[in-house]
Design a protein around this ligand. Structure first.
Ligand SMILES: C=C(O[C@H]1C=CC=C(C(=O)O)[C@@H]1O)C(=O)O
Length: 466
């Protein structure tokens, strides 16, 4: 099976050759066939556990459904302000020229790429699209499928797709080793806790001075593990514990995000906007109204949320005439925190494409248009982005950027890469968390909030939570 890779800087080229021209997409053949759900006895989460024998899978899972990608048929990387446009161009070429046989149909079937994009235009992180050699999918309605993707002239067949799956799944009956809590230490990342609180205090002063309304400041911590990390175990832990979140994995970026930047299914787009947080660890056990009163009832938290939802609605509005959003946020309960949340649904308008045909914008185009919202950047966007660069002393890399998948019809899901880590080495993981800062923010409370947001990854890594 041919495999192709690309180089840094936005150029696609066969592995080992220098990029010197616009991206040229490889010719892809893809076959999608139904998969009997009985052949996935542990569901997709069980399959992820199986992949520990074959390396890090690409993962997008929620409530047991989603997509798992194994191996790499092709990949593309890009950096800088054009990273989204170049990746879209590459994928558009692949999608247009792919030879495909699709015996299932629907979102997530046919040619498919997973991806992860840098938060900032000047990040050193390479944004990427990964076309897995094998994709296993499961939908809410119980349908399961396999897609085999091959670069070159040897078109895959139903038999070769099933053989690839059988080879992968043959380890699934082996008893899973208990998820060892490796243990390890947490050390400061770019800033110490005190330095980060100083940055928050500086942000509050700039807000008070009228420079901006809201700013999201993030920090990183580094976990040094006592034994090599087992990504499959980390991912299954997250997928089982954070079932209402989207558990993701793309080439060493792993996590479980509660925030959906944009999901496109045919001509309907959906988003889940979050901002406003309350730690559950310190909540009184005998006070059922606590979250409603302390989070929903807080002027500061409601203001933080309002900036985030408005930033999304302002940008989404040019793609739709029909948008639905509840007038008030609701309280979303996760195992570690409560959030203020708003769900948005928009029927997408047709837009003229470069070929003159009208079609609705695809998931990746919308992710580009909406990123970054005020849930991860601030208001106004450009002022907040500049201040983040000045105060954070951190390359966010893929943290708070879009992570997800896109298919050849433009359907896809792009979450915001929160509550995650970059696995930097066998025993090293870098975790990121940020907080919305408004005029009434208190640096010490925001620092505590980052620990609540680190908790899912710390637990999954088997490290004592703060
Ligand atoms: C920036 C993060 O969370 C965002 C999403 C939900 C709530 C947030 C908050 O309350 O500050 C943040 O806007 C993060 O988890 O790193």
């Amino acid at each position: 099976m041919a495999s192709v890779s690309s180089r840094v800087g936005g150029e696609f080229s066969p592995a080992g050759t220098a990029p010197d021209r616009d991206p040229v997409a490889p010719s892809l053949c893809a076959i999608t066939v139904p998969l009997d759900p009985a052949r996935l006895p542990g569901g997709l989460v069980g399959l992820v556990e199986t992949t520990r024998r074959v390396g890090l899978p690409a993962v997008w899972l929620r409530r047991g459904n989603g997509l798992v990608g194994i191996g790499t048929a092709a990949r593309y990387t890009a950096s800088g302000p054009e990273r989204f446009a170049r990746a879209r161009q590459w994928w558009r070429q692949i999608a247009a020229s792919a030879r495909r046989e699709n015996h299932v149909g629907g979102p997530g079937t046919g040619p498919l790429a997973f991806g992860s994009f840098a938060f900032a235009d000047d990040s050193g992180f390479d944004s990427r699209l990964i076309v897995p050699a094998l994709v296993v999918g499961a939908a809410e309605d119980g349908r399961c499928w396999l897609t085999q993707q091959v670069v070159g002239d040897d078109a895959p067949t139903a038999a070769s797709a099933h053989a690839a799956f059988a080879a992968l799944a043959s380890g699934s009956t082996a008893p899973a080793e208990p998820a060892a809590s490796a243990g390890g230490r947490v050390r400061d990342g770019s800033l110490s806790g005190d330095q980060w609180m100083d940055a928050v205090a500086a942000g509050v002063r700039r807000i008070a001075a009228g420079e901006l309304h809201k700013l999201v400041l993030a920090r990183d911590v580094v976990v040094e593990l006592d034994a090599p990390v087992e990504p499959a175990t980390v991912l299954t832990d997250l997928a089982e514990r954070y079932r209402d979140c989207w558990t993701y994995s793309v080439e060493g970026l792993v996590g479980s995000t509660p925030e959906m930047l944009i999901k496109v299914e045919d001509n309907v787009a959906r988003a889940r906007v979050l901002a406003g947080t309350l730690d559950r660890a310190t909540a009184p056990a005998d006070d059922p109204d606590y979250a409603q009163r302390v989070l929903w009832g807080s002027r500061k938290q409601r203001q933080e949320h309002e900036f985030a939802i408005n930033s999304l609605l302002d940008r989404l509005t040019s793609y739709t005439d029909t948008m639905t959003v509840s007038s008030e946020p609701f309280v979303l309960e996760l195992p570690n925190v409560w959030h203020l949340a708003s769900d948005v649904t928009a029927v997408l308008n047709d837009a003229p494409s470069p070929t003159g045909k009208h079609r609705t914008p695809g998931a990746l185009a919308l992710a580009e248009a909406l990123h970054p919202t005020a849930a991860v950047c601030g208001t106004p966007t450009a002022t907040a982005a500049a201040l983040i660069g000045e105060l954070e002393h951190l390359d966010r890399g893929p943290y708070a950027g879009p992570v997800g998948w896109v298919d050849a019809t433009g359907n896809g899901e792009w979450g915001i890469a929160l509550r995650g880590a970059v696995l930097e080495g066998p025993t090293t993981a870098r975790l990121f968390a940020g907080c919305g800062i408004v005029a009434a923010s208190d640096p010490a409370a925001e620092l505590r909030e980052t620990w609540a947001k680190f908790r899912p990854m710390l637990q999954a890594l088997g490290v004592q939570a703060h």
